[in-house]
Design a protein around this ligand. Sequence first.
Ligand code: 5RP
Length: 220
Amino acid sequence: MNQDRQKKEAAEAALEFISSGDVIGVGTGSTTNFFVDALVGVKSKLDGAVPSSEASAERLRSVGIRVLDLNRTGDLPLYVDGADEATHSGYLIKGGGGALTREKIVASASRKFVCIVDHSKLSDVLGSFPLPVEVIPMAQGLVSRRLVGLGGTPVLRESVETDNGNVILDVRNLNLVDPLQIESDLNNIAGVVENGIFASRPADVLLVGTDSGVRQLRLS
Ligand code: 5RP
């Protein structure tokens, strides 16, 4: 079965977590796009959605789903989003699409985070996907040097400006065996807005598309 099929099936399986009248958080990326397509069929159940990027806002509007501001909704019952890498404990690397900061904000405001991935995203320890770090532009040099000091190899993502007006450094070779600690350490570097490790707010449920259907891992 191809990867897109696995993403689509995982996305469709997330529909069961929606309750009538919900305002839900919606992430960013190709897997989440399948989820937005699937939402069309249950649109009448939804009161609206809070997107994690301008791209997702646009996509939600294009299928007729009301887009709401997190400052008006308060906490949300559910956030559905993909990931670049996921462990069996629900720790994630996100930000391949550059939306990590808003993704972490919406995930943190949500009581349940359902993460939808194809089977290729699963790993035992985080670190195969280069870690995205969102940085204030004037701090790019400073943050790069600090990342090198931590053993990392940062590379500027060319021609990318985030929805927040910042740049992204993609970092290889960091030791991520203690994701909670490194998530916090990286965010303590002046100029770092956010990094793509989701350990302090991991997924509560992982829906993994496989060749033999969707595997559900309930983690909290
Ligand atoms: C965007 C993300 C995405 O969830 C992640 O990149 C996965 O993308 P895709 O579903 O296209 O594989 O974190 O910032």
